[in-house]
Design a protein around this ligand. Structure first.
Ligand code: AMP
Length: 477
């Protein structure tokens, strides 16, 4: 498998793409003159709408996706919200429909856009209305949690474009209110979030009802294996567009891998969180249930903790994030997809309670600490069953970030808790010195958070942790 990071810079209409292949350490630089919206052959009503919106130049994802999609090719887009992704698929769709000038057919839309949440579906529908305001096209919006009457009526009247969440769409299809046999273009947006929210079986069922000769535009911020498989099933010779708005720098992050038994994870986490150098701690788990369990146990032990994952409502997630940002909780436990967009300053530690399956997620996770030039600590727990994931991470990052595998730190081995920061208030120094280098793993050792006399190495970090805890106490009074 090829792992690469793409850094996009955009200046004076020149898109400079630097692609780092982390397997063979090559660097590929490509510069291209971006097309303006005028040069993209979009129909006049769309050009007018873009002028109304005062969009002057396309964003990188638009510059790369729109011409390809207009040519009729399938697109596999790796991009997050905020990159201009919606217009990247909405404009080619509106261009296609606007050129044909047909009447909408009752219950049989021409275009389907699938989104994981009601909020995103509404946002997408608003974008279609904005960009398509000079066209005579109709759209319908279908999502759960509300009565179906209005949605059924809209489908009966006929809509060119249907924007839907998977569950309600299947419901209405099963009641024969919607038929997808006329679909010409389909968009799957935020596919990885669909997976996180458990929609994949529904999505597959919907896909099986689409005609084979449609055009597909597939978007996902990350590409875990099950999403990669889905993309392969859905797409025909797609053009891949990968946009990463910010390059990920992990140089300032101290990384550590801790080998331990599964049943020691919670205890080890607790030691990290209560150590003197710990301030705000972000913990990643593989599953939603895991996130809840870890958060519950920490909270019960008196550490203020919140959890965010795909099963929580948007409001609940926002509340948890706000509390974390305002130091009302010290620990936030998250799954990968729910943690997307977490941009909180002052995270001193990222703990990988479970290693991610997809090694690129590792980089995204640990990048949550060390923001804005600050340093940070990333600690990953690794059980015997997770060594494959660790190998993948090492393959991706190599020695560049000095990923350390040091068995002497295992709490379950000869020197219990030797590598663990000592508990808050404890006077016991961390006594175990490092083993001689011959006993360490082949990779270079990772700088420890404390010296052999038990004193934290970095006084500033220690103070930062104490201050953070103080703020939490005050905020929770
Ligand atoms: P999205 O990633 O689709 O959610 O878009 C993020 C924001 O960027 C939205 O508020 C859009 O209105 C805005 N936007 C999208 N494309 C452009 C563009 N070419 N120029 C300026 N703003 C844009």
């Amino acid at each position: 498998m090829l792992y690469h990071f793409v850094e996009i810079t955009f200046e004076n209409k020149i898109l400079k793409k630097v692609e780092y292949d982390l397997n063979d350490k090559t660097q590929l630089t490509e510069e291209m003159q971006l097309k303006t919206f005028e040069e993209m052959n979009l129909i006049a009503p769309l050009q007018r709408a873009l002028k109304n919106e005062q969009y002057k130049t396309p964003t990188p994802i638009q510059a790369k996706t729109i011409p390809v999609a207009i040519s009729g090719r399938d697109v596999l887009g790796c991009a997050q919200t905020g990159t201009g992704k919606t217009a990247a698929f909405a404009l080619p769709i509106l261009n296609h429909l606007g050129q044909r000038n047909r009447k909408a057919v009752s219950r049989r839309p021409f275009v389907l856009v699938l989104a994981p949440t009601r909020e995103l579906a509404i946002q997408i529908a608003n974008s279609f209305s904005t960009y398509g305001k000079h066209l005579k096209l109709r759209q319908a919006l279908v999502y759960g949690g509300v009565g179906q009457g209005n949605q059924v009526r809209a489908m009966n009247r006929g809509a060119h474009i249907l924007v839907a969440t998977p569950g309600r769409l299947l419901d209405l299809m099963n009641q024969d209110h919607i038929n997808l046999d006329q679909i010409e273009m389909v968009v799957l947006d935020e596919a990885d979030r669909m997976l996180d929210m458990g929609f994949l079986p529904d999505v597959k069922r919907i896909l099986s009802r689409l005609p084979g000769n449609r055009q597909t535009l597939f978007f996902s911020a990350t590409m875990p294996p099950s999403i990669d498989n889905l993309a392969k099933r859905m797409l025909t010779q797609p053009v891949k567009v990968q946009i990463q708005s910010k390059s990920v720098s992990v140089d300032k992050i101290e990384q550590k891998v801790l080998f331990l038994k599964r049943d020691k994870k919670q205890e080890s986490l607790q030691s990290i969180v209560t150590a003197d150098d710990a301030g705000q701690v972000l913990v990643f788990t593989k599953t939603k249930r895991g996130a809840d369990a870890v958060a519950r146990k920490l909270d019960r032990s008196g550490i203020k903790t919140a959890a965010i994952h795909g099963n929580k409502s948007q409001n609940a997630r926002q509340r948890a994030l706000d509390a974390f940002r305002a130091y009302r909780v010290q620990v936030l436990v998250a799954t990968d997809v729910a943690a997307r967009g977490i941009d909180v300053d002052g995270i001193t530690h990222v703990v990988n309670f479970d290693l991610p399956i997809d090694p690129e997620s590792y980089v995204h996770r640990i990048g949550r600490t060390g923001r804005a030039g600050a340093s940070g600590i990333a600690i990953s727990f690794c059980t015997d069953g997770e060594r494959r994931e660790l190998r993948e991470i090492q393959k991706l990052l190599g020695n560049k970030v000095r990923l350390i595998t040091d068995h002497s730190h295992s709490p379950s081995e000869q020197h219990p808790r030797s590598s663990m920061p000592h508990a808050k208030g404890s006077t016991t120094p961390r006594s175990t010195p490092r083993r001689p280098s011959s006993r360490r793993s082949s990779t270079r050792p990772f700088a420890q958070a404390s010296t052999s006399n038990g004193k934290p190495k970095n006084k500033r970090k220690q103070r930062k942790g104490r201050n953070a805890r103080l703020r939490i106490k005050q905020a929770s009074k």
